[in-house]
Write a protein that binds this ligand. Sequence first.
Ligand code: TYC
Length: 113
Amino acid sequence: MPLKPLQMSDAPKGPGDDASVLTKTRTQTARPPMYKVLLLNDDYTPMEFVVHVLERFFGLSHAQSFEIMLTVHKKGLAVVGVFSFEVAETKVAQVMDFARRHQHPLQCTMEKD
Ligand code: TYC
């Protein structure tokens, strides 16, 4: 029995077939994902250093900075702020670099909000 060459018209139709793929047009612009920047407690970084970091890199007042530092000290960690991925990444890098340069073990991380 001679075989007929396969044609595109022999391709399966139905779900998954290109001809059946529907598109939905979105009118609303999706909000970009946001990231929490977290400060972690340790036993060695001086409290004043942490307060200074919060004032310097997060633009917080002295009172706000002291409050967040105390929360980290008592609870183990605190959210310092919520930012876009790029801003959060930059803040984490700035804090980690500043702490390292001053030889303090302070840790700062980020996670999806
Ligand atoms: N626990 C530190 C101390 O007693 C103070 C501290 C607070 C360290 C917050 C880190 O993120 C931190 N000196």
